[in-house]
Design a protein around this ligand. Structure first.
Ligand SMILES: [Zn+2]
Ligand SMILES: [Zn+2]
Length: 180
């Protein structure tokens, strides 16, 4: 899907007039940086477009059910990305007086606005960074890769062997016994 265009001609000349749009968008995958989320259903959105005079604004919500991958144990778990959509659309050439930080999109030559960029931007902002399947996830053993949520693995007793200076004690011991 490249765009989701809505005809706003009916409200373009009428102050405070609105158009409500609700629909489902199907994504095969949803990626944010290196994080990959697998959609388990469509992204449902409810957005109201309003003519505020200076612009057409689009306000609403979008919710995308996904499988996320736990950052600690790598288990996939179901979650939802809930986001507030905030779109701002102007006729080309009419954005000269707007504050620089205002994200602006243009009403196209057929008097349509594209809702997809603001929906995607909202989902990206709310997508969890380093998601955890549980706040107390015990993660994986760095040595054997066992899922420590299922109980301790056999490595825990030999954790000293993994310490980079584990061999130092033996070296010092040898030196101490090397007197003449
Ligand atoms: Zn986990
Ligand atoms: Zn282990």
């Amino acid at each position: 899907m490249d765009s989701y265009r809505v005809d706003i001609q009916s409200i373009l000349e009428v102050l405070a007039e609105t158009i409500a749009v609700s629909d489902d968008l199907v994504f095969d995958t949803f990626e944010v940086g290196t994080e990959v989320f697998k959609p388990t259903g469509p992204a449902h959105f409810d957005i109201t477009l309003t003519n505020t005079g200076a612009a057409i604004i689009g306000m609403g919500k979008v919710r995308l059910p996904v499988l996320a991958t736990c950052a600690r144990c790598l288990a996939e778990f179901p979650t939802e990305i809930d986001a507030e959509v905030d779109g701002f659309y102007v006729m080309r050439g009419r954005d000269v007086d707007l504050p620089e930080e205002q994200q602006v999109e243009y009403i196209d030559s057929e008097y349509r606005v594209d809702l997809l960029p603001s929906i995607m931007a909202a989902l990206v902002v709310e997508a969890p960074f380093a998601p955890l399947h549980d706040e107390n996830c015990a993660g994986m053993c760095a040595n054997c890769g066992a899922d420590l949520n299922e109980g301790p693995c056999g490595c825990e007793t030999s954790v000293d062997d993994l310490h980079p200076f584990a061999g130092l004690k033996d070296l010092l011991g040898d030196d101490a016994g090397h007197g003449d």
